[in-house]
Write a protein that binds this ligand. Structure first.
Ligand code: SAM
Length: 213
């Protein structure tokens, strides 16, 4: 597992486990609230926009969107290839699958989404290939939490930025200079090249956001 003991979430309460939910992941409640607020704002701007989450794992981050999406149309597009990553955490991801069984993490994601009744579509593809299937300027929010190395983040930024509609937001997780220097550099350089400000969640400073004008 990714060595992120400060934020990795242990298996939930007995009641949660009994329900079949398995929301182990890396999102804090404050980050979830920030993410949900970003998604709500995107839908308030354009109720027909697409929301995209890239890098879902078992669906912990995704789960925070359940209250605003449940019962509605499938506005959320989830992207993950569940095939490791290009950053130093790849072996840890693959070790979980080796220990729990091939396909177990994807299965947990789908079970969690079903239990939480999160309407969504899934593209089980590498991030950049998935972006090619999405119409330009169709997304109110794209949230990146896939590979965290600088090259991958730069590629994700290039691929997903054109998909964001005017007024929409390209955001992501793990803006931590000491721990994810490549990610922070890629986001900062992209922002500078496009004349953008990098916003951070006030209560969730690891979350970053770029707003498209
Ligand atoms: C840090 S985990 C996501 C954590 C999740 N958001 C949570 O809250 O628990 C990273 C995920 O990104 C996926 N991933 C990494 N690189 C990817 C890529 N290039 N394309 C698609 N998925 C990728 C991995 O399979 C993994 O599930």
């Amino acid at each position: 597992m990714r060595s992120d003991a400060r934020t990795a979430r242990e298996p939930g309460s007995p009641a949660e486990r009994a329900s079949g939910l398995d929301l182990r992941g890396w999102f804090s409640d404050a980050e979830g609230a920030w993410y949900r607020a970003q998604a709500s704002a995107a839908l308030a701007r354009d109720a027909r926009c697409t929301l995209v989450e890239v890098g879902c794992w078992r669906g912990r981050s995704t789960s925070f969107l359940a209250p605003i999406l449940r019962g509605g149309p499938r506005r959320l597009l989830c992207v993950d290839h569940w095939a490791g990553s290009s950053d130093p955490w790849s072996d840890a991801y693959l070790a979980v699958e080796a220990a729990e069984g091939q396909g177990s993490v994807r299965a947990a994601f789908e079970r969690n989404m079903a239990l939480l009744q999160v309407p969504h579509r899934l593209l089980e593809l590498p991030s950049v290939a998935a972006a090619e299937r999405v119409a330009d300027a169709s997304c109110g929010l794209v949230f990146l939490d896939a590979s965290h190395d600088g090259d991958a983040v730069a590629a994700d930024l290039r691929a997903w930025w054109p998909k964001v509609q005017p007024g929409g937001v390209l955001a992501g997780h793990d803006y931590e200079p000491a721990k994810h220097a490549g990610l922070v550099r890629a986001v900062s350089e992209f922002a500078a090249a496009h004349g953008l400000r990098v916003d951070r969640g006030p209560e969730a400073p690891r979350c970053w956001a770029l707003t498209r004008r």
